[in-house]
Write a protein that binds this ligand. Structure first.
Ligand SMILES: NC(=O)c1ccc[n+]([C@@H]2O[C@H](COP(=O)([O-])OP(=O)(O)OC[C@H]3O[C@@H](n4cnc5c(N)ncnc54)[C@H](O)[C@@H]3O)[C@@H](O)[C@H]2O)c1
Ligand SMILES: [Zn+2]
Length: 344
């Protein structure tokens, strides 16, 4: 097992890579009420390994249920079970469970402590690390939310064996992103271990998760509220979030298409060589991630304008300047409109 830490202006968080669900009770506070928040699939697969707690609550699966309405039933049950400000919430699940249970904990009684057992590759490398919690609102992704760090995140690797391949690939989209923006070493490691990924090799998965969190935690520690350096993690997401909304692809798959478009834009703007863009596209293809999608450019642009990171007529855009390096600069929607047909 490997341990990492985020120490930021809003608190700290300990991350355990390779710890098992069976040991989670060691991390839970003693003598306080504890609720597990999970989803039906995780509960049916792993409920028998859950620690003994006061309450187990389920959030319905799927992005369509990641909304404020789904929170009502959870708050009602917490109040009926007399949870108070000393209580603790343990989210066990993927990105949706982590985003929602973190949000619930942060606003229930003005905030109670929480922790995660992260069960998808995507949530281990991204969603559960970094303190962003929230829900979608009227079609806007993650529009209502908070910054608040879990006390701990347990990244259980064995649990990834039951993850459908499509979800594993979605998580790999974010792992490739981390290599592309910040670590040529990680990028090369992925290139050399695609076959191990398909075999769900624990050694390869541990490296993907650990190295991703090393990158993410070091940046998040210095800029937890994303006013500067943390923006680099939006690589592929300016297009990706809009593609996800239009096509309903899993998050990491939409990010994969978004990364290709962002890399092409980096080449068009003279920031990166075509050969490096090709290297990214080839790796995504080798993994089995999509590198293009049937999208109407006008619709894409319209949806992109709904980005919560929009600032007036522009948005901070993450360009690659090579494999393992990036830069962030503002781009106007007018300029994006003039280029979007070439990118789609
Ligand atoms: N907060 C952040 O910084 C951040 C970052 C990236 C993504 N996200 C959010 O994360 C969400 C996507 O997360 P996700 O991809 O984990 O999706 P998810 O939570 O919907 O999980 C995917 C599916 O896999 C199932 N599942 C989970 N773990 C499993 C396991 N071990 N075995 C078998 N099945 C399992 C779930 O029940 C679900 O049906 C999106 O809503 C996205 O916005 C948040
Ligand atoms: Zn993402």
């Amino acid at each position: 097992m490997k341990k990492l830490e985020i120490k930021s202006s809003i608190g700290s968080s300990e991350i355990f890579v390779g710890e098992s669900l069976a040991n989670v009770s060691r991390y839970l506070p003693k003598g306080r009420k504890i609720a597990i928040i999970t989803d039906p699939a995780i509960r049916s697969l792993y409920g028998n390994q859950f620690p003994k707690v006061d309450l187990i609550l389920e959030i319905p699966q799927g992005e369509a249920n990641k909304n404020l309405q789904s929170l009502d039933a959870i708050f009602e049950q917490l109040i009926n079970a007399e949870f108070d400000r000393s209580s603790f919430i343990l989210g066990i699940g993927g990105g949706i469970v982590c985003d929602m249970s973190g949000f619930i904990a942060t606003i229930f009684m003005r905030g109670i402590e929480f922790g995660f057992v992260s069960t998808t590759l995507l949530s281990q490398v991204d969603a559960s690390v970094g303190g962003k919690n929230g829900v979608n609102f009227q079609g806007y992704k993650n529009m209502i939310g908070t910054f608040s760090l879990p006390k701990f995140v347990i990244c259980e690797l064995n649990i990834l064996k039951s993850l459908p391949e499509r979800e594993l690939l979605s998580g790999m989209g974010e792992v490739v992103k981390h290599g592309a923006i910040a670590s040529e070493w990680l990028f090369s490691y992925i290139e050399n271990h695609v076959a191990d990924l398909k075999k769900y090799s624990m050694e390869a998965l541990e490296t993907f998760v650990y190295e991703s969190i090393v990158i993410k935690s070091s940046v998040v520690s210095g800029d937890v509220k994303e006013s500067g350096q943390r923006r680099i993690f939006n690589f592929g997401h300016t297009f990706g979030h809009a593609i996800e909304k239009i096509t309903k692809m899993p998050h990491g798959c939409a990010v994969s298409v978004g990364m290709v478009m962002a890399a092409k834009l980096s080449v068009i703007k003279g920031k990166m060589k075509q050969t490096e863009c090709d290297r990214l596209v080839n790796l995504l293809k080798k993994i089995g991630l999509p590198t293009s999608a049937e999208i109407n450019p006008d619709e894409l642009l319209d949806v992109m304008k709904c980005d919560k990171k929009r600032e007036g007529d522009s948005v901070h855009f993450v360009y690659l300047t090579g494999i393992g390096a990036c830069s962030v600069e503002k781009i106007t929607y007018t300029e994006l409109a003039s280029l979007i047909r070439d990118l789609c």
